[in-house]
Design a protein around this ligand. Sequence first.
Ligand SMILES: [Zn+2]
Length: 511
Amino acid sequence: MPIPGISRRTVLAATAAGTALAATGLAAAPAAHAAAPTLPNGTSADKVLVVGMDGLRYDRIDAAKAPTLKSLMANGTYGRSLLYANPMAATSSGPGWSTISTGVWPDKHGVRDNTFTGKNYAKYPGFLARLHQVRPELSLFAAVDWPELDTHGTVTPGADAKLVYDNDYVVNDKLITDITESVLRDQNPDVLFVYFGETDEIGHNHGAASQKYLDAIDVQDGYLGRLLAAIRARPTYASERWTVIVTTDHGHTDAGGHGGSAIEERRTFVLAQGPGIAAGARPVDTRLVDVAATVFRQLGIVPDPSWGLDGKPVQERSTDPFDTLYGSLGGRVDETGIPAGVLGFTHTPPAGWSVVNNAMGTGGVTEWRGWSFATDEFWSRTQRDQSRELNVRARGVFAVADSDEWADKTFSGAYDTTLVTPAYAVAGAARVTLGFTTLYRQEGAQKAEVLASFNGGTPTVVKTYTSDVISQPQSLTVAVPAGASNVSFRFRYTGANNWYWTIDGVTVTAS
Ligand SMILES: [Zn+2]
């Protein structure tokens, strides 16, 4: 978020139903005099509180006391993942909160840094704006003390009442807590988005490795605990179904700072507790775009496909066979930039799948000799800033053929490897559609082909990639020959010291 040293003021505005609550008078008044805005009476027994904690590096929660966050982890689902980096977007707050609020990645919402240049909230609105549109009877509340989230329209549009303060976080995180607590206690809101900023400020000034950073986590944990206590104290609590979601927009380096592509800057999490959300679950396929989708699910709202959401609810698992390999992943062999404790690759495919390497050269970096199955952290740690950080639509474990990394150690022969799917039944179908997400970077004579083989016959090429595809869903439809009963697909990659190809989320649908 903000640049340290930015001027500190107090209340910018507290508005209800679009009416300024004497903002100018409040600006000069002591913070304690700020009153809660009046919301319309809520209409839903399903209720959601989203709490955003800026720049909260999740591995530091473990070192903090953070009893409330740890209780949510024990009683809820906690999915950790990594962000994009440039050239898609910086690991900064504009893109991060836009991703959380809209439920789509920066290549859709358009925010790539804190200038917000290119924002496309008209097509991809924040979830409060979307809720206001599709269910206007909901009572919606927003509170932020990074005012850009209001001025640029990232979070607050659609809210029936909002608190917007300047970024004096020591004062205003507490003020937001005081007022939100009273709203939860005395009124009947349905969905709330509450933002705290001090973790990021302390991260910038003292580093994520500092004791002060742990202390800041504990302060915010205390604010979160007060909000949860206010929810539990509601007279109508027994007849309500509350979901609480905690998330962050980016990580921080040990020394403090973010925006770049270091793993510590890319760390994010989604922590959720509520009806239908498993206690103690640690899914490997959760990503930051899942916050908005989870809000919709908990309210019983099925997103329209035209919304173009990239997220899915945290309780919904991807059906990807690659994720079944997670528990059997190993550590580095020839790679040198990956810490030994990071487990994240295997050459053993899932059941029913195979890899054909009979034309594959010898030697090279072991991890990437032919198709591998890897995690975002393991693969993108091999070499920063070569767009491996942009595999945003992959989840958990994915397949990767990386001739660039393979060629970093003495080898002979060419890079030629083919990933083969199981056989899928197509009897009686007119066509079959292969879906997957891919990240492909093209260079030189490198080639990526998708082939189809019916009833074990000679594979025929159905798609050839000859230019970059930066984390996009793919859909290839092939006619089923008369009499065919099954199909298997092949992903063949050939190259030298060029780039790479990833495959994930494979689906096959006959129709
Ligand atoms: Zn920051």
